[in-house]
Design a binder for this molecule. Sequence first.
Ligand SMILES: Cc1ncc(COP(=O)(O)O)c(C=O)c1O
Length: 357
Amino acid sequence: MNILNHTSFDCIKTKASELIGDTPMLELARTGTGSRLLLKLEQFNPTGSCKVRMAREMIMAAEREGKLKPGGHIVEPTSGNTGTGLALVALERGYTFTAVVDHHASRDKLRAMKAMGANLIFVEGNGNGPSTVQRRRMAEEIVAETGAFWPDQHHNPNNNRGYTGLAEELLRDTGTDIDYLVGAVGTGGTLCGTVKALRTMGSRVTSIGVEPTGSIIFGGPAGKYWQTGAGAPGGFTVGPNVDHTLIDEGLTVDDVDAFSAARVIARRTGLLIGGTAGAAIHVAMKRMALIEPNSTMVVLVCDAGEKYLDSVYDDDWLKERNLLDEAKHMGVDSLFDAYRESIRLSVAPSLTAGAMA
Ligand SMILES: Cc1ncc(COP(=O)(O)O)c(C=O)c1O
């Protein structure tokens, strides 16, 4: 082969935002009844999260609608992943970006935003979880004072629209319908946006939303949680991007189960995923045993575990919060073994028949 004959350089991009999308999938488990559990690995987007998809969509729409002028100022309250996405799009398109954050956020997300030139404004919370209410109040004040553009991820329909490409990739890359889609819910954009686009394309997907125990999106009592990005704390008014007509089932997962699942995935696959993806995988691994044969279940992995090396993947951090539970690790681990065993049992009769023929 003459390498000089290769004249197509489409794979070489000139901007980091052109690297958004086309994220890979990994088969995490398979059952003896032919069902597959696939992970959509959104940490392979620039900024290490799916949220850069919607950050780009919100900014492009604001430009089209004349809400953002050249050299403009963007402000958004964020737990970090929306913020890193906005920081990337802002720097490419010549805007300044101010992220309103709190100390519940992962330190690495805050550092990443700063590294990309974002201004960070901190609000204090009550220490019981993310300061979502206080962050919004501060963003409102900044907008009132400076006239900055606030995309408002909880109310902006372009958040959800930003996931149309993700839905197309799922159908293209699996070559089949997605029977179950499991994803963590915060603003609702990732799960509801993907489900809406899938159904528009004819999918009959069943959707399962997951939030931290203590979050109030699906109606449970408010409490403290350490998962960051997903969920909404007590006192927060959930926005319309959580479209309950697109979520067939809403479940809560506590921090111990979420973080145990993430840590087991790290040990089994070598891939580090975030805590909210751990929560979704916890749900999916249990549900796999109950679904119809030959189903395809996909978990949306929202972000990379490298952002949580000093929390989810730090034994001391977990111990200080009473969140390290080896028995839970073993529980998740044993599910993998159970599925492998179910495959062995399902192929055993045909092997036996073959041997006897
Ligand atoms: C780590 C993580 N998981 C889940 C979510 C929830 O995604 P969405 O806001 O699209 O519902 C977010 C949102 O920021 C996140 O950062």
